[in-house]
Design a protein around this ligand. Structure first.
Ligand code: ATP
Ligand code: MG
Length: 422
C-alpha cells in the first residue's frame, strides 16, 4: 500500500511555490520599508503558553491544538498561531528594553480543524507584531502597510472590517450585557455557546453555527459600551486610516477567536473563497505581554492566511521566472564549452536546465519543451566551430545564431520583453 499525506496536511507543489515565493518576497520587501525585522520562532512551545494567552475557553485551546507529552513528561503543543510565541520571545530576550520592536514571521501553524477549501490542519501564516507602541497612528500605519502588500500582489476586492473590543476596564461591562442578552436566547444557541454563557459569553458572537449567528444579530453593540479612552482611540484609528484613504466597515460584532485582543481588531475578507473568506486578521493586544509575565506593553499585530491568499491569486495571470535550456551535442570539446556557458549563465542569475545523458538534439528539444523552457541555446559541433550558439524562441519557433560574447545581451533583451508580457 502506498503511504499518503495526513488529512489536512498539504504538499505545496513546485507549480504553486512560485506564487508563494512571490508573496513572501513582496512581504519581506514591504515590511522592511516599515521598519520590521524577521523573527524565527520554534514550532513547539509549552502548552501552557497557548492556554494562558489564547484563552482556556476558546475553540483553539479547547479542541484544536496538537498537544502531546514528550519523553520527559512535559506537555508541548505545535504552535496554533504566532503571536504568543513572539511575545514569549520578546519577554525572554528582554526586547522591552528597546524603544519599540517590529517583528515579522512566516511559517506553518497547526490546528485540528475540519479540513475544507481554505481550512487545513497545517497552514501557513505571514504575521507581523509591533510591541511597545500604543498610538492609534501605529494601528492605522500597520493596516496601511497590509493594504499596500495586498495591492502590490494584485489582490482586488478586499474588504477591511474593524471594531474595538475595549480594554480591561470596560470590557467586563460588555461581557455582562452580552451574558444577559444570551440568557434571553437560550433556546436557539448551540450547546457550546450555552456552556460558554457564563465563562466566555463573547465567544457566542464568533460562533460559526447558523443558529447562533441568527440569534445574535441584534446583540447590543460593543461600541456603545466601551470607555471614553477606548472610544477616542478608535476614533483616532479611523481618522488616521482615512488620511491614508482607507475607509473600513465598522463591524461591532467582530470579536475574534482569541481572548487576548483589546481595542482595535480587524479582519480582511476577499471574494472567491466561500465560507472561509478571511485572509488576514489581527488587532491590538495591550494586556498580553503583562499576562505572560513581562512589563505593561501595548502591542498590535496581524496574521495573513497564506493558502487563502494563494487560492485567490492562483487564477490570476502570473509571470514566472523564465527558464533556459542549453542543448549540447557533438563530442567532448563541445560538451566542455557548453558546460562553461551554462555555468556563466547561472552565475549571472539565469535559470538554466540541461540534459545529462548522451542524447541527440531531437530528444533534448523534446525535454526542453516538456519542462517549459522559454529559450533553447543550441550548441552543436557546427555552432561550436563558428563560435556561436543558436538561440531558439520556443514560443515563436524563430531561431538565430548569436556570437558567444553576445549571448547575455541578446537573452536580456528577449527576456525583458517576456517579463513585460509582450
Ligand atoms: P477563521 O475564522 O477562518 O477560523 P481565525 O479567526 O481562526 O479564522 P486567525 O487565528 O486570526 O483566524 O488566523 C489569521 C488567518 O489565518 C485567518 O484569517 C485565515 O486566513 C488563516 N487561517 C486560520 N485558520 C486557518 C486554517 N485552519 N487553514 C487555513 N488558514 C487558516
Ligand atoms: Mg479559526
Amino acid at each position: 500500500m502506498t503511504i499518503t499525506a495526513i488529512r489536512g496536511f498539504n504538499d505545496i507543489m513546485p507549480a504553486e511555490t512560485a506564487i508563494w515565493l512571490h508573496i513572501e518576497e513582496e512581504a519581506r520587501r514591504i515590511f522592511r520599508s516599515y521598519g520590521f525585522s524577521e523573527i524565527r520562532i520554534p514550532l513547539l512551545e509549552r502548552t501552557e503558553l497557548f492556554k494562558r494567552s489564547i484563552g482556556e475557553t476558546t475553540d483553539i485551546v479547547e479542541k484544536e491544538m496538537y498537544t502531546f507529552t514528550d519523553r520527559h513528561g512535559d506537555s508541548l503543543t505545535l504552535r496554533p498561531e504566532g503571536t504568543a510565541p513572539v511575545v514569549r520571545a520578546y519577554i525572554e530576550h528582554k526586547l522591552y528594553k528597546r524603544p519599540i520592536s517590529k517583528l515579522y514571521y512566516m511559517g506553518p501553524m497547526f490546528r485540528y480543524e475540519r479540513p475544507q477549501r481554505g481550512r487545513y490542519r497545517q497552514f501557513y501564516q505571514i504575521g507581523a507584531e509591533v510591541l511597545s507602541e500604543g498610538s492609534p497612528k501605529l494601528d492605522a500605519e500597520v493596516l496601511e502597510m497590509l493594504m499596500a502588500l495586498l495591492k502590490s500582489i494584485g489582490l482586488k476586492g478586499a474588504t477591511l472590517d474593524i471594531n474595538s473590543l475595549g480594554c480591561r476596564a470596560c470590557r467586563p461591562q460588555y461581557k455582562e450585557k452580552v451574558k444577559k442578552f444570551l440568557e434571553t436566547r437560550r433556546k436557539v444557541l448551540c450547546e457550546n455557546c450555552l456552556r460558554r454563557i457564563n465563562v466566555n459569553p463573547l465567544r457566542a458572537l464568533d460562533c460559526k453555527s447558523t443558529g447562533c449567528k441568527d440569534a445574535t444579530v441584534d446583540v447590543p453593540s460593543i461600541l456603545d459600551t466601551i470607555c471614553n479612552g477606548c472610544k477616542e482611540h478608535f476614533e483616532e484609528v479611523k481618522r488616521h486610516l482615512s488620511a491614508f484613504d482607507i475607509h473600513p466597515s465598522i463591524n461591532p460584532r467582530m470579536v475574534r477567536g482569541l481572548d487576548y485582543y483589546t481595542k482595535t481588531t480587524f479582519e480582511i475578507t476577499a471574494e472567491g473563497l466561500g465560507a472561509q473568506n478571511a485572509v488576514v486578521a489581527g488587532g491590538r493586544y495591550d494586556g498580553l505581554v503583562q499576562d505572560l509575565g513581562g512589563p505593561d506593553t501595548p502591542c498590535f499585530g496581524f496574521a495573513i492566511g497564506m493558502e487563502r491568499l494563494v487560492l485567490i491569486m492562483k487564477d490570476k495571470e502570473f509571470v514566472r521566472e523564465p527558464l533556459l535550456f542549453v542543448a549540447i551535442f557533438g563530442g567532448s570539446e563541445v560538451e566542455m564549452k557548453g558546460t562553461e556557458i551554462i555555468k556563466e549563465l547561472r552565475d549571472l542569475g539565469f535559470a538554466v536546465e540541461r540534459e545529462y545523458a548522451d542524447k541527440g538534439i531531437k530528444a533534448q528539444m523534446k525535454k526542453a519543451n516538456k519542462i517549459g523552457a522559454s529559450f533553447v541555446l543550441l550548441l552543436g559541433k557546427d555552432e561550436h566551430d563558428r563560435g556561436v550558439v543558436a538561440i531558439k524562441d520556443m514560443k515563436t519557433g524563430s531561431q538565430k545564431d548569436v556570437k558567444l560574447d553576445e549571448i547575455v545581451e541578446v537573452l536580456n533583451k528577449e527576456l525583458s520583453t517576456i517579463k513585460k508580457g509582450e
